[in-house]
Design a protein around this ligand. Structure first.
Ligand code: NAD
Ligand code: ZN
Length: 349
């Protein structure tokens, strides 16, 4: 028997997250449960097509549609190209898009599904650890434009999410670690027991921690689907992290930047007296033990601060940080003096 799916309830609909080894091989069953009977298009990339996509397309009688690998392909040119391919494959409004890949494919294919013929059914089949624990759950989809990352998008809830830990065997180690950074974030928000580096040995396929991390993301988006309040906690480490990514010209992997961001957020919390120094030290120790960076050497603290201050997604000029009172106790705090933030960055750059 398989473990029961995790259910996510949103204002529009509820959807199941199937999460067990072999779940991908049962995709037809999950599509039937979701009452998806029309034509299917699997959106993936060339490497993942060879690993998993071709076989899945043959099993489902689906059209396999490829987009290039990498964040630089998460753009409107790719979206336009995908629309043409869906038209070519004859997908009508009863059809469905299946995203088979990491967060880049999930975000792009989800945006296509949200807008093609004013929206058709969408299934997430995440293959990277990061996409499993973060990007595939919650309904945020979208693409980058030259002015910034993720500035164009929509909320598109999937009909279901299918997480098969077996595919993690082929995930490159650096990508595995990047996903682990998001699991550590989830642990700091809600589940201190996840702050244990021993959990993140690749090859374990994540079993227990994977389900816990997905459940945390599901709980948070269920409580706050449109990010009115507590969903913002998922940005722990991301205010610093996004800025590091930007200053690096996106040569830094998102998860690596988030790892440094977690250390920075914990240090800022301690510096401002919200949590003990010991928590900041613990965060740093576990991040390092997982093999993730704890520093961003050679970058200028002032440049990182400037990147935070000009984040295009922010509502007002004040930077609001997710800080910690303890592991499992995040809160939002604005009005933090620039010098305090610069001091933390100076210790990390
Ligand atoms: N929508 C959201 O809520 C949300 C949340 C977090 C991140 N994101 C987005 O997710 C993206 C990052 O996702 P990512 O880290 O998965 O990066 P990615 O999609 O670029 O995948 C990383 C690399 O791993 C490869 N890969 C994926 N699964 C594999 C497997 N099983 N075997 C072998 N190779 C595999 C991919 O082909 C790619 O080369 C970013 O664009 C980010 O903005 C979205
Ligand atoms: Zn993230």
């Amino acid at each position: 028997m398989y473990p029961p799916p995790i259910t996510v309830r949103t204002p529009e609909a509820s959807y199941p997250i199937y999460i067990h080894e072999g779940a991908l091989g049962q995709l037809r069953q999950w599509l039937d449960t979701a009452a998806i009977a029309g034509k299917l298009a699997i959106i993936s990339n060339p490497d993942l097509a060879v690993l998993y996509g071709q076989r899945l397309a043959a099993e489902l009688g689906a059209t396999l549609v490829l987009m290039p690998e990498g964040e630089q392909a998460k753009n409107l040119d790719t979206v336009r190209e995908l629309y043409s391919q869906l038209i070519g494959a004859g997908l009508d409004r009863r059809g469905a898009v299946i995203a088979l890949g990491g967060g880049v494919i999930g975000d792009t294919a989800g945006f296509v599904a949200a807008t093609y013929l004013r929206g058709i059914a969408f299934v997430q089949a995440p293959t990277s650890l990061l996409a499993m624990v973060d990007a595939s759950v919650g309904g945020k989809v979208g693409v980058d434009i030259p002015e910034g990352k993720n500035l164009i998008g929509a909320f598109k809830q999937p009909a279901c999410v299918v997480i098969d830990p077996l595919v993690l065997d082929s995930l490159p180690t650096a990508e595995w670690r990047a996903g682990a950074a998001e699991v550590l974030k989830a642990g700091l928000i809600r589940a201190p027991q996840l702050l244990d580096a021993a959990l993140y040995q690749q090859g374990q396929r994540g079993a227990a921690f994977l389900r816990q991390a997905v459940q945390i993301k599901a709980d948070v988006v269920e409580a706050d689907p449109y990010e009115a309040n507590i969903r913002a906690y998922l940005n722990l480490g991301h205010t610093f992290g996004h800025a590091i990514e930007r200053v690096s010209g996106y040569t830094w992997r998102h998860g690596d930047a988030v790892a440094v961001g977690l250390v920075a957020a914990a240090r800022l919390s301690a510096r401002l007296g919200y949590c003990p120094e010991a928590l900041a030290a613990e965060v740093e120790t576990v991040v390092a033990a997982v093999g993730l960076p704890t520093r961003c050497p050679h970058y200028d603290p002032a440049a990182i601060y400037a990147a935070m201050a000009t984040d295009k997604k922010r509502v007002d000029s004040d930077i609001r940080f997710v800080l910690l009172r303890a592991a499992g106790e995040p809160f939002l705090q604005g009005g933090i003096a620039k010098d305090e933030v610069l001091a933390v960055l100076a210790g990390l750059c």
